[in-house]
Write a protein that binds this ligand. Structure first.
Ligand code: SAH
Ligand code: TMP
Ligand code: ZN
Length: 407
């Protein structure tokens, strides 16, 4: 029996994605033999409605001095976080002596905006290599994991925060009660805690199962976040849908009873009930859809292999680790994955061991088909590659929400 990480009730498993390696664990050939694997299954809690991984690697296996994800690789995301920061400055009327804390600031993509406005700030980022990039921009960063202890240390050193922010980090953290205890302490009486993460509603509707990987302990909904907040004297006062990462939700939380609650919250809760996100059957239907995608994509890739077509992939995303390992995609199907991140270059993808090469070589490679692993950046990437693809008759292969070949 497996217990819910939030409310300790018994959870119900709905998808088994098999043995999976560390999603960002790009590796060299000599490391193949010692590659770490864990059993990746996902469960739904019928009481607090939280969707969660059943088992997860230790945090130090995932977040360390060689973390392979640098936030600022996407120009679109830079603009997104610029707007996020501007909206917080306005909402909280932030001034130079206010305090903004960002949990998981990575290379500084969001918090740099507060620094540039001269606002007192602190980034919390345990992965040393990405934290160094933020520091080199002049951002104040502490290279530690956020938890209740760090919150207490921060209060002692800097006082309480007017705004605590986090993007694509909360869903990574299994020890959520320590985080929320820390938030409750660190947040000023009229402070706000705003975070955004991939939204379970989109994942279910688009069958985007590749949002499930080792780092994503939780797939949040307004229902489950409200339950969690309630356990720590906090409440959700606003929700705003975001198109980033294939569909995300931004949650604004405050101390209970301190701020007005937007109508958005009730509306979104109703939408979630309409989608059936409060019952197991919605998740079981999702599993059925994923199995169709698996079948369709493997049929297509096997057929292209038999025809001798050259198939490559674009974006060595963490998501692609789930796709390749669950579907059984090998270098026989996909010759290489191109990516703009230097630390991934001349290594192999986790588990499937597909070579990862610098983006520049993509333009010289002349493939017949390109599997878009970075489908969450489709707009930005397709615009960038339009001319090259069209003039060479190269086609995209997409698999979310279903398998299709796009000219
Ligand atoms: N906010 C950025 C980075 C997301 S990647 C963006 O949206 O692009 C997730 C980041 O969370 C990683 O840099 C990882 O090191 C960090 N992280 C993981 N656990 C954390 C914790 N307990 N406290 C703070 N950061 C954490
Ligand atoms: P993400 O899906 O987790 O944001 O990761 C995106 C990956 O795709 C990251 O490794 C960088 C890579 N990438 C490119 O190679 N080219 C691009 O144009 C973009 C936007 C991302
Ligand atoms: Zn629960």
């Amino acid at each position: 029996m497996k217990k819910c990480l939030i409310c300790s009730s018994e959870v119900e498993k709905f998808i088994d994605l098999g043995q999976q390696p560390i999603a960002n664990g790009f590796l060299k050939k000599e490391q193949f033999k010692s590659e770490y694997y864990f059993h990746m299954e996902v469960a739904f809690c019928p009481k607090c409605k939280m969707v969660q991984l059943v088992e997860q690697p230790d945090r130090e296996q995932m977040f360390h001095e060689n973390y392979a994800f640098f936030s600022s690789t996407s120009n679109y995301m830079k603009e997104h976080f610029h707007q996020f920061a501007s909206s917080v400055i306005k909402l909280q009327s932030l001034k130079e002596d206010s305090l903004v804390v960002e949990i998981g600031c990575n290379d500084g993509i969001m918090i740099q905006n507060f620094m540039q406005e001269g606002i007192r700030h602190l980034g919390v980022e345990p992965s040393k290599n990405v934290a160094e990039v933020a520091k080199s921009k002049g951002i104040n960063v502490t290279t530690e994991f956020f938890d209740v202890k760090l919150a207490e240390d921060t209060i002692a050193e800097c006082g309480k925060a007017d705004a605590i922010l986090s993007a694509n980090v909360m869903c990574h953290i299994p020890y959520m009660h320590s985080i929320f205890e820390g938030i409750e302490k660190l947040l000023k009486d009229d402070g706000v805690f705003i975070f955004e993460d991939p939204y379970v509603g989109d994942i279910i509707q688009k069958a985007s199962f590749d949002q499930i990987y080792d780092e994503h302990t939780f797939l949040f909904s307004v229902m489950s976040v409200s339950y969690l907040a309630g356990m720590h004297n906090l409440e959700v006062i606003d929700t705003e849908y975001q198109i980033t990462h294939g569909g995300s939700m931004r949650y604004t939380l405050a101390h209970k009873g301190r701020k007005n609650i937007s109508d958005n919250v009730e509306k979104q809760l109703q939408k979630e009930k309409d989608l059936g996100l409060d019952t197991l059957s919605a998740y079981e239907r999702f599993t059925d859809k994923v199995l169709v995608v698996k079948n369709d994509l493997m049929k297509l890739l096997n057929q292209l292999k038999d025809e001798g077509k050259k198939v490559v992939a674009y974006g060595a995303t963490s998501k692609s680790t789930t796709v390749t390992n669950f579907f059984g995609i090998s270098p026989e199907h996909i010759e290489f994955i191109c990516d703009t991140t230097p630390t991934k270059h001349n290594k192999f993808s986790p588990g499937a061991h597909i070579p990862v090469i610098p983006y520049e070589k993509f333009r010289e490679s002349n493939p017949d088909y390109v599997v878009l692993f970075a489908w969450n950046h489709a707009k930005e990437i397709m615009e960038k590659e339009k001319e090259y693809m069209e003039s060479n008759g190269i086609k995209w292969i997409m698999y979310v929400p279903d398998v299709k070949v796009v000219d």
